[in-house]
Design a binder for this molecule. Structure first.
Ligand code: SF4
Length: 388
């Protein structure tokens, strides 16, 4: 075994340790074997997450990334968030975006307003629309069908990477029908793929505390698995840094990995295209002042453990949204291969006071400053334009 003097200095996660203490050599060997493709158990992942030196984690994640992605490139997508309504009756504690139904500040956008926004996206070369909003009891399935059809009629090449499992479940209850019936109706109207929003942490103890009126984690899993079985691509997210433990973050990743195993085995063409972890931004929410905000180190550790533990999900987003683009640059050396989107007119996170919007030039520049080639991608991570 290597002399301990040659091992990197130990840097632990700055939160209460839940994993059994391992020696430096054991942690080092674990990182090396994960980098070489060993499938980590949840216990091993937790030990690495909590006990590995930060730089060791970064090197392991970068080595692992190079097996599945070409690290000369980092990708981004030109997308627009279309927050069609802010009325919501779920009252999640971590959300600064919603207004109760009936509130004077509630909005619902009509088709013309939405089409104008999509036109503007297309004018700058955009390819993806994320139509997402609150759970508005005044909106029925026909609103979504009409909006989706209108967008596709005018811009057939724009991908509707839209709604969330929460909205699909809400619509099914509104219409007194099944998830499958809603998904099939939306698909007929032009819907392409399902973003991972609403996953938060897929552990009921946590969900009961932060979003008791929202769908359960099992519903999120059911809707995504159903999409996969129907050949529809989806993404997985994890919003961390509120009331969950380290082990619960790993449990969330285990659920995603197991779902992806099943999707790959079923071979329908439906699966998770990417994992998108981001830290909770509490300002303006009911959690402000009540939680310890996730640190930059936690962000990088989380990126790395996603890359090492999720050995069956090819793409990992740097998630500059709540951590800022400069930290996201570092994430490219901690397993991430994608910078995410420019998020034109993002409204959900901006309600917390952050200003999450980058120009195309800025995102390309942030990528190039890391020594990588920036590539514009589509919703399915295919390169559309390589810069430089
Ligand atoms: S996170 Fe979504 S479901 Fe929860 S309150 Fe906000 S808009 Fe509603």
């Amino acid at each position: 075994m290597t002399s301990t003097t040659l091992l990197p200095p130990r840097g632990r996660l700055n939160r209460e340790q839940e994993s059994e203490d391992r020696t430096e050599e054991e942690v080092y060997e674990l990182a090396v074997s994960a980098a070489n493709g060993k499938r980590l158990t949840p216990e091993e992942a937790l030990a690495l997450y909590e006990q590995a030196d930060l730089h060791l984690l970064g090197r392991a994640a970068t080595k692992r990334k190079a097996v599945v992605k070409d690290d000369r490139y980092a990708t981004y997508v030109i997308d627009r968030n279309v927050s069609y309504t802010n009325a919501c009756n779920a009252y999640c504690t971590f959300c600064a975006f919603y207004r109760p139904p009936g509130d004077k500040d509630v909005w619902v956008w009509d088709i013309d307003t939405i089409l104008k926004k999509v036109d503007e996206l297309v004018e700058i070369g955009g390819t993806q629309v994320m139509l997402q909003g609150g759970l508005n009891p005044d909106l029925r399935l026909d609103y979504y069908e009409t909006v989706f059809r209108a967008i596709k009629d005018r811009h057939p090449h724009v991908a509707l990477h839209s709604l969330t499992a929460t909205e699909v479940d809400f619509l099914a209850r509104q219409e007194d029908t099944s998830h499958r019936a809603i998904i099939e109706a939306l698909r007929k109207a032009g819907w392409d793929s399902l973003p991972g929003g609403g996953a938060e942490i897929l552990v009921e103890r946590v969900r009961k505390k932060v979003s008791p009126l929202k769908n359960t984690g099992q519903v999120w899993q059911d809707v995504h698995s159903l999409c996969h079985s129907l050949g529809i691509r989806t993404t997985a997210t994890m919003t961390y840094g509120h009331m969950e433990t380290n082990a619960e973050r790993i449990e969330h990743l285990r659920i995603v990995r197991d779902m992806q195993d099943k999707a790959i085995e079923a071979d329908t063409g439906g699966s998770f295209t990417a994992m998108i972890p981001w830290s909770m931004a509490p300002s303006g929410t009911k959690l402000e002042g009540r939680i310890e905000v996730a640190t930059g180190q936690e962000y990088l550790r989380t990126q790395a453990i996603c890359r090492l533990f999720l050995d069956n999900v090819d793409n990992l987003q740097a998630g500059w949204l709540t951590n800022g683009p400069k930290l996201a640059q570092l994430a490219l050396d901690f397993g991430a291969n994608d910078f995410g989107g420019i998020l034109m007119e993002e409204q959900v996170v901006s309600a917390t006071g952050l200003k999450p919007e980058l120009s195309i030039g800025e995102i390309v520049s942030y990528i190039e400053q890391t020594g990588r080639i920036a590539a514009q991608r589509d919703t399915y991570y295919t390169h559309l334009k390589v810069h430089g």
